[in-house]
Design a protein around this ligand. Sequence first.
Ligand code: WT7
Length: 633
Amino acid sequence: MAEGKVPVVAEAHEVDTFHPPQKMLEKHPSKPHIGSMEEYQQLYKESITQPNQFWGRMARELLTWQTDFKTVHSGSLEGGDNAWFLEGQLNASYNCVDRHAIKDPNKVAIIYEADEPSDGRTLTYGELLREVSKTAWALKQMGVRKGDTVAIYLPMIPEAVIAFLAISRIGAIHSVVFAGFSADSLRDRVIDAKSKVVITTDEGKRGGKLIGTKKIVDDALKQCPDVSHVLVYKRTGADVPWTAGRDYWWHEEVEKWPSYIAPEPMNSEDPLFLLYTSGSTGKPKGVMHTTGGYLLGAAMTGKYVFDIHDGDRYFCGGDVGWITGHTYVVYAPLLLGVSTVVFEGLLKRAGDDFVKSKMSKLRVLGSVGEPIAAEVWKWYFEVVGREECHIVDTYWQTETGSNVITPLAGVTPTKPGSASLPFFGIEPAIIDPVSGDEIHGNDVEGVLAFKQAWPSMARTVYGAHKRYMDTYLNVYKGYYFTGDGAGRDHEGFYWIRGRVDDVVNVSGHRLSTAEIEAALIEHHAVGEAAVVGVTDELTGQAVNAFVALRDANENVEALRKELILQVRKSIGPFAAPKAVFIVPDLPKTRSGKIMRRILRKILAGEEDQLGDTSTLSDPSVVQKIIGTVQESR
Ligand code: WT7
């Protein structure tokens, strides 16, 4: 655990409880899938006391299996060997596409809202089946086989969804890299995942701005000799560099092939995808999700958390480069056979008028990624939702695969700022981080862990199972450790307090301080660097960096700019520090450990509450840092 960061204690004041608005319930011809809190409690109890019966029933109800499973669950949190629905076989793309296309090929699957509205279009389930099949053929032709990894570096266009499903159709593993990552980050992820093929566009478009995706891929691949093919979708028609024999145009390749290819039968535990996320050490982790369990988590939370019904139109603003896009733009809605919106633009640019325009059919508004402040919650409820929508503040992680603590739309009463109650099969525990003991009862604070395995939990970190064990399962034996601080109030509602490790969350993008520090140190002028996350009104947290130089005679202003560029280049623009403080030295213990706690306090203006600084090797640096920070304000 990170030094000195203890979860804050809950303020003991009464908070308002909101019930699902009557109007929300009246808007839909169907009733919520769960009829009442009593029904939730009953099902929840079954999911905890008879998990095999519960999950077995759900898996057969929500997914289509080519071969039925016999064993619902094996393994344990202690052993790190959890496996679900053994002997069962299924295919993700069959479950997302074929079974709906067979029933109604004309049903809309994808509504593409392009950056320029005139570029928008829709795809039906029938069309999706054809596009996915043709693309699957093209990938096969490039030598992609069952178990191979294919990298996706695509903006928010329908072809991203097609690519996910084409890869899974032939039993390959997708590894999506967010198209805001730099060439260096893409390179690292392609190499770590051993991707053979990369799928990209000539350029991307977002908020009127162009992103040179193909050029970034070319830069990245200079150091990836194992990538044999690049499949390029023409998004803007820009003139892009081309490597003959390696690069192929999507529109030329895909049209060569028949419009149907049979889905590859996959074992439930075969990997479906890798998704890289930051941990508290520098190297990103390739979180691995498997087929049966992940798909069940996506389908179940789509159905019960967002209360998706057949015929619904559904929009999730997440990018496919992050877990939110995987689970709630692609898999959940398509598994349930509804229409999902692929949104290319920038919602922020649309402004308040867009939000205030009448969205009369809107019933459920979700929130994710960071603790939501009560005022923001109220704006969301009153302005965006016009008091006619149920707000569901969903807590989860890349590693949990789907929502784990969350209200169920139409059912669970909510309190602004609380993710409320556990989803089915999730048994939360609040643990005392000092003693490592579980704290029972209500009105308690500590760190959040889960006591039981659930189907959509990550199975490993690709190529680093020990790291998986040490990060999640060995911290508190017999528990899955989330890395978040949390409180459980007098009614058993959960309040997520934020990370207790060195992970920063900027606009829902998870970054590790160590990763940014490593980028800063790459600059020749930097001797040492320390990065901390500070609360930010707009982005949740913002990155602030402290650097000590090798040589004091640097031009500080110019250097600051170079350092910001350095981070943009080695990680991506979204990781750029909002502030860089050049200081004579960093606060270090005698053993050389940087005390980031002190930097956080100084940034928060709490210089008078620095706590014990006696272990610092040179306590006088603190005053100098305070001086630098104050000067810059
Ligand atoms: C971390 C996971 C899960 C999709 C987005 C981020 C924070 C997530 C909430 C919430 C408070 C939240 C946690 C978590 N977080 N949802 N509703 N309330 N905090 O996924 O990049 O894997 O980050 O996001 O700190 O550990 P991620």
